[in-house]
Design a protein around this ligand. Structure first.
Ligand SMILES: Nc1ncnc2c1ncn2[C@@H]1O[C@H](COP(=O)(O)OP(=O)(O)O)[C@@H](O)[C@H]1O
Ligand SMILES: [Mg+2]
Length: 363
């Protein structure tokens, strides 16, 4: 029996998802455990894990060896506690007696920069630069009148800022939770000191795209992809995420609602439909393979694609630890598929290793 360790920065995080996987694990001959990076003892390398007990359906705390396979669901955010998990996870990735079923992608700039340099993918990537100085923001705004600032380590729409330069003032629009807020600067001195505060964190500056639909709801398409046994990338499901009317974000955590892709697709002009499908196909046939080779091995990917007002298709974001909420809510029939996928991946990795003649690791 192989052991799969579901690793998150706190025991509460994604507890429901872990339970869904745990219940199905015995069908794949997998012992399912949960732990946080802080549960590993640096002296003994033993882990104080919660082990799922299939007969009782309960989780029992026990001390175990570091699991043979790890499903990394750590989200670091800004919390100091979570950040402390990062070096432990980096160490674990190099530990020879365990294997991550997918490695997380690096920060947004490293990924965007790599994508911008790929000749087939770059047409889908909005112009993006890394910013560290106020002058870079000022000169871009003077030229283009609007841009998006995006934290290099952000997720869930947190820290995304829309800057717009008007005749007499500059405005910064962002979300605090579900509320959209706007700050107006009537002079460059106050704007500069605000920018300096923002730039204490690493930020990307990106061309602002109008992603609002005809009724002014910001939308994007979430595509959930995973690597199959043969190494080919397949699309598991698609959903459209629609934010608030006149809002900025389409992330679910920013309050957006998931819509069925087909229903949304029917509503866009016929001429654009073929272009959209064609572009989505090009993106899904190139991006996962390229990122897998450059930063992988990867296992699951969530692509955020938008259909901008001018009819062009852009890749906004790539997530290596995608959530399942949007896809499950529009396609509940994918539940089994999604809740068995990591278990199937272990079965695939295991059989690949035996075919290579490598003996499964001792548990
Ligand atoms: N260049 C852009 N132009 C317009 N809206 C954007 C742009 N980039 C991101 N957004 C909006 O912000 C949301 C979050 O951005 P994203 O790059 O996906 O970062 P996160 O990791 O926080 O999800 C997107 O889903 C989209 O609604
Ligand atoms: Mg995103």
């Amino acid at each position: 029996m192989t052991t799969l360790g579901f690793m998150s920065v706190s025991r509460q995080h994604e507890a429901d998802y872990a339970c869904e996987l745990a219940e199905r694990a015995p069908d794949y001959n997998v012992r399912f455990v949960r732990f946080t990076p802080f549960d590993i003892s640096p002296d003994t390398l033993r882990v104080k894990a919660l082990v799922y007990h299939p007969k009782s359906g309960k989780w029992n705390e026990s001390e175990i060896d570091i699991p043979e396979y790890i499903y990394d669901r750590c989200f670091y955010g800004k919390a100091a506690g979570a950040q402390k998990a990062k070096p432990i996870v980096e160490w674990l990735k190099k530990y020879p007696k365990t294997e991550f079923i997918g490695r997380g992608l690096p920060d947004k700039w490293t990924v965007t920069d790599a994508l911008q340099q790929h000749h087939l993918i770059s047409p889908y990537i909005p112009e993006t630069i890394q910013v560290s100085r106020y002058e870079q923001i000022h000169s871009y705004l003077t030229k283009e009148k609007a841009c998006i600032l995006k934290p290099a380590f952000g997720s869930g729409g947190r820290g995304i800022i829309l800057l717009e330069s008007g005749k007499k003032s500059i405005s910064a629009t962002y979300h605090i939770g579900k509320n959209k807020q706007t700050k107006t600067f009537s002079n460059l001195v106050s704007f500069k000191s605000w920018c300096k505060k923002v730039l204490q964190h690493r930020y990307l500056l990106q061309a602002y795209l109008n992603i609002q639909d005809k009724d002014r709801y910001p939308c994007d398409i979430r595509i959930f992809m995973r690597k199959s046994e043969s190494g080919a990338w397949e699309t598991v499901g698609k959903a459209v995420r629609r934010g608030y009317q006149n809002g900025l974000l389409s992330n679910l955590s920013g309050g957006s609602e998931p819509l069925k892709f087909d229903a949304w697709f029917e509503d866009i002009p016929k001429k654009q439909q073929a272009v959209l499908l064609d572009d989505v196909f090009s993106i899904t046939q190139s991006v996962p393979y390229f990122l897998d080779e450059r930063f992988g091995p990867l296992f699951e990917l969530g692509l955020d694609i938008c259909y901008a007002k001018d009819g062009r298709i852009w890749l906004l974001d790539v997530n290596s630890k995608p959530g399942r909420k949007a896809i499950l809510s529009v396609s509940p029939e994918l539940k089994e598929e999604l809740y068995t996928s990591p278990l199937k991946r272990i079965r695939d990795l295991h059989s690949l290793e035996s075919r290579k003649g490598v003996l499964p690791r001792e548990s």
